[in-house]
Design a protein around this ligand. Structure first.
Ligand SMILES: Nc1nc2c(ncn2[C@@H]2O[C@H](COP(=O)(O)OP(=O)(O)OP(=O)(O)O)[C@@H](O)[C@H]2O)c(=O)[nH]1
Length: 783
């Protein structure tokens, strides 16, 4: 489990450290400016000469350069120099940010385009502005519309003034008809600039996201409506991943910052570190017995227990604790003593996957029955290998061919039939086949090389059952899954915590410790945990109390109805939240023909990125067991011309499982197609924009390094991401913080022009560095 609530496989970094390539490259120092400078401040610096008054040999000057001279131009591309109209790079002391090209003369053929003078720029802007203004009637019409919109916002918007003003620069100018480059100091203080990188702390809603990334809330809402089909208001909560993706669609890299909690530390400590992984050794496999009613699950479990108790202590079992270990040829096997897929799946629904191998009991006189199919679906949904115990083999008239055929139809072709499913013929009555079954389980465990644990680490595991016992307080049977649990350890289990007072094994013997895969009864917890809850050992009681108290608060929150299961509508956000990588379906139809037709249609929607997993398919009504499976596997139940049973409806209501009922096949595929399209992870494409070479770098106190650059290819955009290349190696990756032409902030500078560039959080720009600009496009895909 990741240590943060984001459900991502990795906790998001606190604050990304700038990459330091290879160790051997030049040291890259980055620093966050004390204050993000405004274009006005930057210009003031430039005007006051701070940008152009480098001391001889100071930052930006090149070794060997004349004092005060401009750095050399070796990086300047051919064709960029010369020509009367070209920028004049060699002027001593010139500042490329302020420098203007000579005017009046036409550009020589092949020379760089001539950058306009400020006067020309003003002139051009004036004309463009006039063209935009249109006739007086046009202007009046626009004014009326503006007023109307403003009134509407005043009346209906719950947004505070600051949020209403929370517009991107462009939007703000448009909606107010303001002048480009307006120096309205007041407004500049309120409107957050669109950012290329932003941080946010959960919980995230549209308002806080808008404020964090500098994009108008309305634009976010519109985008959610258009691209995700979500209708939300400004206070709508957003899943972290949805917020990150939404921000990305506006070109903003959003980092979700989590406050670290004791729970995070605990979850992190539960994951073995590298050294612990190296010390892993095989542990006994944990086995669960599933199968159809009356096929002999309990009899088989009893038989195994009686004939193979650890150390041959036959009859020594005095206590039933929900799981037990048997020994076969010197190797231990752990059996979970709650047969039936309901218990197995209920456990999974709580996030506990304790089982390594499933024994599927099939009565030889009966064959594959409805609950056998369900059990297969549950085992497959849990991704657990299946060993078949063909039980009641002692009975006469067993038709092996029929049963093997039925198993093959369930994708469980027996090894005897050339398949890869082990089948062991057993009899719980005579004991026939029990040693062979245990041996087979040992072999499967060995082949499943992930059945490992590190006995030396603090214990983690799962509660199998718990109750309050008179005189002993809370008594819980836990299965140690990793590490070793010892008397005296402080443990947290579910909402409870406490110091382990005593441990008893499956035969009721007091033990001082329990290693991996050992079921053990624990006393000492202060609250009764629920079966399926994880436990872990923590360093001290105060830490344990802190975690338990937070969990109790959270439990109360969950009890208030926070839990939300997967539906076709929320599939998209659920995927983000829970790392769902497949659309899990349970299909129930009226007749076999509809089932086949439906599966055929669904196959057409197959996509390697979003596999559609049909966990269970069958003919007949939607049962309680289907709902349980849906709950445990985050699946959606599709009923085609069938109804759910009453108990299934109640359970689905309780678990908030999405049951979809249809009469026409295309309706099913249509809705699923839409949901799957929502699930498709958008394609992230990097689009190269252009390159600029640094001609001179200027260090400005409290601002950082601003570089005078020349665009050698393509164009540089203000919203671009940037890579800094030095001597052919990428030394930094980030984004632009400012892009200027003369005194103006600009959105784009084309090839052949000079510009001033400030890279966000990077102040090590040097002459001849190449700034490569690129954009990240998020492409939402359809099937
Ligand atoms: N002949 C024969 N009978 C068996 C065998 N295994 C179980 N039985 C009988 O089958 C019946 C059902 O056995 P259980 O062990 O209760 O079956 P189950 O699968 O646990 O049943 P539920 O708990 O109701 O799901 C009992 O009467 C058993 O005696 C076997 O190998 N051979």
């Amino acid at each position: 489990m990741p240590p943060v609530a984001s459900q991502t496989s990795q906790p998001p970094p606190r604050r990304p450290a700038p990459p330091r390539p290879g160790g051997g490259g030049p040291e890259v120092k980055t620093q966050r400016p004390e204050k993000r400078y405004t274009p006005e401040e930057l210009m003031a610096m430039m005007r006051s000469g701070q940008l152009g008054t480098q001391a001889p040999g100071g930052p930006g000057s090149r070794p060997g350069g004349a004092p005060g001279s401009r750095p050399g131009l070796s990086g300047r591309p051919a064709g960029a120099t010369g020509g009367p109209g070209a920028p004049r790079p060699g002027m001593p002391g010139a500042n490329p940010l302020l420098r203007r090209p000579a005017t009046g003369a036409p550009a020589a053929p092949g020379s760089a385009p001539v950058a306009p003078t400020p006067e020309e720029e003003e002139d051009r802007k004036g004309k463009a502005g006039a063209a935009r203004l249109g006739t007086p009637a046009d202007r009046a019409g626009r004014r009326a519309k503006r007023n109307e919109r403003a009134t509407e916002r005043r009346v209906t918007s719950p947004m505070p003034a600051a949020t209403l003003l929370n517009e991107t620069d462009d939007d703000g100018r448009r909606s107010r008809g303001g002048r480009k480059g307006s120096r309205g100091g007041h407004r500049a203080a309120v409107v957050p600039a669109r950012k290329s990188h932003a941080q946010i702390e959960p919980p995230i809603n549209v308002r806080s996201l808008s404020e964090a990334i500098g994009i108008r809330a309305n634009d976010l809402i519109k985008r959610m409506m258009n691209s995700m089909g979500l209708q939300v208001n400004i206070n709508a909560n957003l899943e972290e991943e949805s917020a990150v993706m939404l921000a990305m669609e506006f070109g903003v890299e959003l980092e979700v910052i989590h406050e670290r909690t004791a729970e995070d530390d605990l979850l992190e400590a539960w994951e073995p570190d590298e050294a612990e992984v190296l010390n892993q050794v095989p542990r006994p496999p944990v086995i669960t017995i599933l199968g159809h009613v009356d096929h002999g699950k309990t009899s088989l479990l009893d038989r195994i227990r009686k004939s193979n108790v650890v150390s041959g202590e036959s009859g020594g079992i005095t206590q039933h604790i929900g799981a037990y270990q048997v020994e076969h040829e010197g190797k231990l096997l752990t059996f979970v003593d709650t047969p039936g897929h309901e218990a197995f799946t209920a456990m999974r629904a709580r996030g506990a996957n304790v089982t390594d191998i499933v024994v599927l009991v099939v009565a030889a006189d009966d064959g594959v029955m409805p609950q056998t199919q369900e059990a297969i679906a549950h085992a497959k949904a849990a991704d657990v290998p299946i060993v078949i115990a063909l039980n009641k083999i002692d009975l006469p008239n067993v038709n092996l061919n029929k049963i093997y055929g039925e198993l093959s139809q369930q994708d469980l072709a027996p090894e005897e039939y050339g398949g890869d499913t082990p089948v062991v013929k057993t009899s719980a009555v005579t004991g026939q086949g029990i040693p062979e079954l245990l041996e087979m389980l040992g072999i499967v465990a060995e082949l499943r090389c992930e059945i490992l644990a590190t006995p030396s680490r603090p214990a983690t595991g799962t509660c199998l059952e718990a109750s309050i016992s008179e005189g002993r307080g809370v008594v819980a049977t836990v299965l140690v899954q990793d590490g070793t649990l010892k008397v005296g350890d402080v443990m947290v289990c579910g909402d409870g915590f406490g110091r382990v007072r005593a441990l008893f094994d499956d035969k009721g013997n007091s033990v001082t410790e329990a290693g991996p895969s050992m079921p053990v009864e624990v006393s000492g917890l202060d609250e009764v945990p629920t079966a399926g809850e994880k436990f872990g050992v923590v360093e001290d009681v105060s830490r344990a109390r802190e975690i338990a108290e937070t969990r109790r608060l959270r439990t109360r929150g969950v009890a208030l109805g926070e839990r939300q299961a997967v539906t076709l509508e929320n599939l998209y956000s659920k995927m983000a939240e829970q790392k769902l990588k497949s659309l899990n379906l349970i299909l129930k139809t009226d007749v076999q023909g509809s089932l086949e037709a439906l599966i055929k249609e669904l196959e057409k929607l197959e996509n390697p990125e979003v596999p559609i997993r049909v966990l269970l398919k069958g003919v007949g009504g939607i049962s309680e067991s289907d709902i349980l499976l849906a709950d445990a596997s985050q699946a959606i139940v599709i009923g085609f011309r069938v109804a759910p049973e009453d108990r299934a409806v109640t359970l689905a209501d309780e678990k908030k499982i999405d049951i979809r009922r249809y009469d026409i096949i295309y309706q099913v595929t249509d809705e699923i197609k839409k949901a799957v399209e929502g699930l498709l992870v958008p394609e992230i494409k990097e689009v190269h924009l252009g390159r600029a070479v640094v001609r001179q770098a200027f260090k400005i106190s409290k601002v950082g390094t601003v570089a005078g650059c020349f665009v050698t290819q393509g164009s540089i955009e203000r919203a671009a991401k940037a890579r800094i290349i030095r001597e052919g190696r990428e030394i930094y990756k980030g984004s632009l913080e400012a892009l200027k032409r003369f005194k103006d902030d600009v959105k784009e500078v084309r090839e052949g022009f000079e510009c001033g560039i400030k890279i966000a959080n990077f102040d090590d720009l040097k002459t001849d560095d190449v700034i490569e600009a690129y954009r990240i496009d998020v492409i939402r895909r359809t099937l």
